[in-house]
Design a protein around this ligand. Structure first.
Ligand SMILES: NC(=O)c1ccc[n+]([C@@H]2O[C@H](COP(=O)([O-])OP(=O)(O)OC[C@H]3O[C@@H](n4cnc5c(N)ncnc54)[C@H](OP(=O)(O)O)[C@@H]3O)[C@@H](O)[C@H]2O)c1
Length: 261
């Protein structure tokens, strides 16, 4: 099993790495872990290395850097061959308000990391997967991409773009026998949600979430919302007419605005 994961230094990405080793660690497992914080990746690598079937390489990089991702992908492919699964999990979230000029920096960062980061992650692996005649690309979107959430214009827009982009990619990749899975999480307990002060319905622990994510990936689901209760919420949200959405969402709590660059 050969897996490459971005956003692997914490939260969902880290939990996915451990979930893959738990499932497949009895056979040879090759894992590429990527994120910016090298020291976090090293600690995870050390823990994973307690299983001698696991070979792990870390790639400290920023997903906005296309060249860095191309180099990482080339190194991974040279060492292990084409990956079976590439998971683009890196992402950032912050509240943003268009009326604040200083938030334009956060708008740019969120769009670049959450949308262009997906493209940068997948692009350098596609040729090798095509040659291998198989592979799977997994993008982590969000229920926040289903409707525009107040106070989170950048995050909602980025995840809506991610959902549409991943769907385009999924249709394109059919010709190459490469599966594309979009996972739209609801609330998962990670450092990203730990700062939220409001109630998070159906909040799920990250190890349980990772188990369900890998189930969905292995079933080659096209689009899945996890936890399933949020799947029903997302379906409802999609069909609510704008006038009703405006009424319901008007006083929704806002995510904290944090400086991003
Ligand atoms: N938790 C939730 O409830 C929830 C819900 C819906 C969607 N999601 C999505 O799930 C994904 C993972 O989030 P999480 O909850 O696990 O949050 P997290 O614990 O904050 O993890 C985010 C990961 O992304 C990496 N990252 C951020 N910016 C990056 C950049 N510019 N380049 C490379 N890596 C970068 C971080 O590593 P470094 O800081 O070390 O780079 C970290 O490993 C995100 O895409 C998020 O939007 C989460």
């Amino acid at each position: 099993m050969k897996i490459f994961i971005t956003g692997a230094s914490s939260g969902i990405g880290e939990a996915l790495a451990f979930e893959y080793v738990k499932r497949h660690g009895s056979g040879k497992t090759f894992i590429g872990l990527s994120a910016r914080r090298s020291e976090y990746l090293q600690k995870i690598k050390q823990k994973l290395a307690s299983n001698d079937q696991v070979q792990c390489i870390t790639y400290p990089l920023d997903v906005r850097d296309h060249t860095a991702l191309t180099n990482a992908a080339n190194q991974f492919i040279a060492q292990f061959g084409a990956p079976d699964v590439v998971i683009a999990c890196a992402g950032v979230s912050s509240g943003t308000l268009t009326e604040h000029a200083e938030d334009t920096v956060a708008f740019q960062a969120i769009m670049d990391i959450n949308v262009i980061g997906l493209v940068n992650t997948f692009q350098p692996f596609i040729n090798a997967m095509r040659q291998a005649g198989q592979g799977q690309l997994v993008g982590i979107a969000s229920v926040a991409g289903v409707r525009g959430l107040p106070g989170a214009g950048a995050y909602s827009a980025s995840k809506a773009a991610a959902i549409a982009y991943l769907e385009s990619l999924r249709v394109e990749m059919q010709h190459h026998n490469i599966a594309v899975t979009t996972i739209a999480p609801g609330y998962i307990r990670t450092p990203m949600t730990d700062i939220n002060t409001y109630t998070m319905p159906f909040l799920m622990d990250v190890d349980i979430a990772a188990h369900k994510f890998v189930d969905a990936i292995e079933c080659k689901r096209r689009f899945v919302v996890i936890p399933w209760q949020m799947g029903w919420v997302a379906k409802l949200m999609r069909f609510i007419p704008p006038v009703l959405w405006d009424f319901l969402a008007k006083n929704a709590p806002h995510k904290k605005r944090i400086p991003l660059a």
